[in-house]
Design a protein around this ligand. Structure first.
Ligand code: GTP
Ligand code: MG
Length: 209
C-alpha cells in the first residue's frame, strides 16, 4: 500500500514536513517478524496511538489495512485490538477501540501515554457528525491527552454523496484547535487510498515537541 513513491502533487499538499519522492514503506511485525525481533524495541521506543470514532466508522478496517494491506472482514469491536505498525523504522503501538455508544465512556481507560489520536469519521454519516464533534472535544479536554496530536481520517470517500474532508473540517471547527497539532486526511479504507499520507503526517510529527 505505501511502498509506492508516486504521489500526485495534489496528494502531497495534504501533509506537511515529509520528503517527497522518498521510499515509504509499512512493515508489520507479522510480515517481518525476524527483522523486527532483531531490532527489539523497548516499550518506550513505541509511540502509542489510539484509534477512536463512532461505531461503523472503519477503525478496525484501517488498522488491518495498515498491518496487512488487506481488507479484513470485521464485526463490531467489543473492547479493543492492538497491533504494532512500523513505518520507516518508527514503531507505533496502535489501539483500535470499539466505538459503540455503550463503550465510549471507557475510551478514557486507554488515554495514558497516548501520543497520537486517530479519529475516524464515516464521511457518509452526516447525522452523527455532531456526536463525533462532542467526542472529539471531550477527548481534547482530557488531561491525559494534553500532548497528543490528532489525525482525522475522513473515511469512506468512495461513497456517493459523502462529505469532503473540507466539509468535515469546517463542521468540526478544526481551525479553532490551537493546543493540539491536528491534520485531516480523506481516505478510503477499502482501497487504502489516503492512509499512507496520514501515517506520513504522524511520522513527521515525531520529535517535533
Ligand atoms: N464503503 C466503505 N466501507 C468501509 C470503508 N471502511 C470501512 N468500511 C466498512 O464499514 C463497516 C464497519 O467497519 P469497521 O472497521 O468494522 O468499523 P469500526 O469503526 O471498527 O466499528 P466498531 O468496531 O463498531 O467501532 C465494514 O462493513 C467495513 O467494510 C470505506 O472506506 N468505504
Ligand atoms: Mg472495530
Amino acid at each position: 500500500m505505501c511502498s509506492s513513491t508516486n504521489k500526485s502533487a495534489a496528494t502531497r499538499v495534504l501533509f506537511s514536513g515529509t520528503e517527497t519522492g522518498q521510499h515509504f514503506k509499512i512493515d508489520s511485525i507479522r510480515n517481518y517478524g525476524i527483522q523486527i525481533k532483531s531490532q527489539k524495541k523497548k516499550k518506550n521506543d513505541k509511540h502509542k496511538v489510539i484509534i477512536v470514532g463512532l461505531d461503523n466508522a472503519g477503525k478496525t478496517t484501517i488498522l488491518y489495512q495498515f498491518l496487512m494491506n488487506e481488507v479484513v472482514h470485521t464485526s463490531p469491536t467489543i473492547g479493543s485490538n492492538v497491533e504494532e505498525i512500523v513505518v520507516k523504522n518508527t514503531h507505533f503501538l496502535m489501539w483500535d477501540i470499539g466505538g459503540q455508544e455503550s463503550l465510549r465512556s471507557s475510551w478514557n481507560t486507554y488515554y495514558s501515554n497516548t501520543e497520537f489520536i486517530i479519529l475516524v469519521v464515516d464521511s457518509i454519516d452526516r447525522e452523527r457528525l455532531a456526536i463525533t464533534k462532542e467526542e472529539l472535544y471531550r477527548m481534547l479536554a482530557h488531561e491525559d491527552l494534553r500532548k497528543a496530536a490528532v489525525l482525522i481520517f475522513a473515511n469512506k470517500q468512495d461513497m456517493k454523496g459523502c462529505m469532503t474532508a473540507a466539509e468535515i473540517s469546517k463542521y468540526l471547527t478544526l481551525s479553532s484547535i490551537k493546543d493540539h497539532p491536528w491534520h485531516i486526511q480523506s481516505c478510503c479504507a477499502l482501497t487504502g487510498e489516503g492512509l499512507c499520507q496520514g501515517l506520513e503526517w504522524m511520522t513527521s510529527r515525531i520529535g517535533v515537541r
